[in-house]
Design a protein around this ligand. Structure first.
Ligand code: ZN
Length: 643
């Protein structure tokens, strides 16, 4: 999300952000998607209910995330909506009967209501992946509460936690935070409730909202449209495309195209990297919407623009962890070493880049997409959650000696908390994908895939990345041949080993591709895949002596202790206004990221501690190096300064 500092007498700070929920990828939600979005793509996604996570840290994160969501009472989440409509349940309208949510869900925050959209999306995914009725019960109470509010507002389908006046201000070009951005989350959450949980009321409510939007926007002049979309609107075009696919109603296609942002997309279509100083998360979701357009109609530029954008971001604007941005903005291409601040790597950006990655991989599959996805998932998203409390960090600070700053349970509700609700429950989303001929294993995460259409069931067991070997067991198989493509990661530069039922296979492929295994599988077949990892020193593009250390796809960070951590650290202080953005890390003066070694010497001085953890020791300096996803509640260094 984005904070715009305003230079007005009041010195008000306006936060505008962007981001989104709702996931529909080609191949998913059959029976609910009425327009074909599969004929322009080459690879398809499984529905999340086809993939069950087995015990692992991913599953643990999901469980902590779900506990937090369930702990937020329905009345509290609906309170701003009910206040907006003047409708309360029971005695709620009485003075101080509801314990109000704080942070960005406060009654005086212009973004209020955004969290409920993310929570609806997360609940939908949780229900689909676990079949646990508690998620349906919670979802239903939220959706029916929203339906009631929409009815009472009685304004052509308008539904929000803030008055329609905020939209009018946006249209008039007046100062307002980001009302379409916020509405987008609500659209997405309701659409997900329909797609994953078959909640018909959610579809009715969201169609009502879309009809309101059509009546509101279709009479606008081109000037009004251009003015309005200058403000952050998240990925609302994505939601309208999905609603169009579900209903076939061309009004929703009109709405999706209404948010086509020519000023942004024009330069990108010419291959210009204009990202310097641009608010990253205002950009990324727009491109997801454009990729969705390609999936629907195959319009060439709707593929090339998002591809150019993705390559530009990943190749020239991305930290070693897969994160991007400094104070939420892209900076000059490749100038990584100059932007190691305490406010790098907004988590929403990674959430959106991962979504865009899946869309682009569907359109034109490339190992480069999976490589990025794995890097960002393990190094950023997995470690975004504090394992002790389930709280979420906004940034992944690159500043040497900084630490992750976590939210509070009910007094933060930053954008990254919203996307964090979703991030932590959808780890099953992209472990596998498929085409007509076979299965692709993209990620090494313990799970069971049930590919019903092919009567194929595969179990994946692994302690990756601590161990290099992953074992796949066939639990059910069709009586004809099927291809299993196992990813041969680009980081596995020292080779790979594959055996089927103990018999070693000759591997013809090279790192950065898939190993194709085709046969008539039978129940009980076992595939063992080993991809050795290596330590690497990774210089920044703009300063050879500023380096990060990786082991396979995993970024290792130096653990630098807790000295000088003060006050609420490592948590945000709920008494301070948006302190994630002004946080003083109080880094001790003697803490240094300087190592008196050359690159080669550094490599020789790192030693793995033991085989059961991924901890290393930097000899001489006696600094412990651990995966950044494992470093919590203490200071760390990701980028080192060498001689
Ligand atoms: Zn955010």
């Amino acid at each position: 999300m984005k904070i715009k500092t305003r230079y007005f007498i009041s010195f008000l700070v306006l936060i505008s952000f962007n981001m989104i929920g709702q996931s529909h990828y080609p191949g998913q939600h059959r029976g609910k998607i009425n327009l074909d979005d599969t004929s322009n793509v080459k690879q398809f996604n499984f529905d999340v209910q086809d993939v069950k996570l087995l015990d692992s840290r991913f599953r643990e994160n999901m469980e902590r995330g779900s506990q937090w969501i369930i702990s937020l009472e329905t009345n509290r989440l609906l309170h701003t909506f009910r206040t907006n409509a003047g409708v309360y349940s029971g005695k709620e309208g009485g003075y101080m009967t509801v314990d109000k949510l704080g942070g960005w869900e406060s009654l005086d925050c212009e973004l209020r209501g955004h969290s409920i959209g993310h929570i609806l999306s997360a609940l939908a995914i949780l229900y689909a992946s676990t079949d646990d009725d508690k998620y349906i019960e919670k979802s239903d109470s939220l959706v029916s509460g929203l339906a009631e509010v929409q009815k009472i507002i009685n304004s052509n389908g308008y539904l929000s936690a803030y008055p329609e006046n905020l939209i009018d201000r946006n249209i008039a070009g007046e100062r307002v935070w980001a009302p379409w951005y916020t509405l987008h989350k609500l659209f997405s959450g309701l659409i997900d409730q329909y797609l994953y949980c078959n909640n018909q009321e959610a579809l009715q409510v969201v169609e009502g909202m879309a009809n309101w939007a059509y009546n509101k926007l279709s009479p606008l002049t081109e000037d009004q449209r251009a003015t309005m979309i200058k403000n952050e609107f998240g990925g609302i075009n994505d939601s309208f495309y999905t609603l169009y696919e579900i209903t076939g109603n061309s009004k929703y296609k009109f709405l999706a195209e209404f948010f086509y942002h020519k000023d942004v997309l024009g330069p990108l279509s010419k291959g210009e990297d204009i990202l310097n100083k641009k608010h990253a998360n205002t950009y990324i979701p727009k491109l997801i919407g454009i990729a969705r357009e390609y999936e629907l109609d195959g319009e060439e530029q709707a593929r090339t623009i998002p591809e150019f954008f993705w390559n530009t971001v990943v190749d020239h604007h991305t930290f070693i962890t897969g994160s991007n941005s400094d104070r939420e903005k892209f900076f000059e291409a490749d100038q990584i070493s100059k932007h190691l601040s305490g406010y790098t790597g907004e988590s929403c950006n990674v959430y959106n880049m991962l979504k865009l990655t899946i869309h682009l991989n569907s359109i034109d599959p490339k190992e480069k997409y999976i490589e990025y996805y794995e890097k960002a998932l393990f190094n950023h998203i997995l470690g975004q959650q504090d394992p002790a409390t389930g709280m979420i960090s906004y940034f992944l600070p690159m500043k040497p000696g900084a630490h992750k700053v976590y939210s509070t349970p009910d007094n933060s509700f930053w954008c990254c908390v919203g996307t964090g609700f979703e991030n932590q429950v959808k780890y099953g989303e992209f472990i596998y994908s498929h085409n007509q001929n076979g299965l692709f294993v993209n990620l090494f995460i313990p799970s069971v895939l049930n590919w019903e259409e092919k009567a194929f069931k595969l179990k994946q067991e692994t302690q990756f990345p601590t161990k290099e070997t992953t074992i796949f067991s066939v639990e059910n198989a069709p009586d004809k041949a099927l291809v299993i493509n196992i990813r041969y990661p680009s980081w596995a530069t020292s080779g790979a080993e594959i055996s089927i039922n103990g018999e070693k296979k000759i591997i013809k492929q090279v790192a950065g591709s898939y190993i194709k295994l085709e046969r008539v599988w039978t129940k009980g077949d076992k595939i063992e895949a080993t991809f050795p990892m290596e330590l690497k020193i990774q210089p920044t593009p703009d300063a050879e002596n500023v380096v990060a250390i990786t082991y396979g796809p995993i970024v290792l960070a130096g653990k630098m202790g807790k000295e000088n951590m003060q006050g609420s650290a490592p948590y945000s202080n709920p008494n301070l206004y948006n302190d994630y953005y002004t946080y003083d890390y109080n880094i001790p003066e003697n803490l240094t990221n300087h190592i008196d070694l050359s690159m080669n010497q550094l490599l020789k001085n790192i030693e793995r501690k033991d085989d059961d953890s991924l901890n290393f020791i930097l000899k001489g300096n006696n600094i412990e190096l651990s995966p950044i996803y494992d470093v919590h509640r203490e200071r760390y260094v990701i980028y080192w300064n060498l001689n």
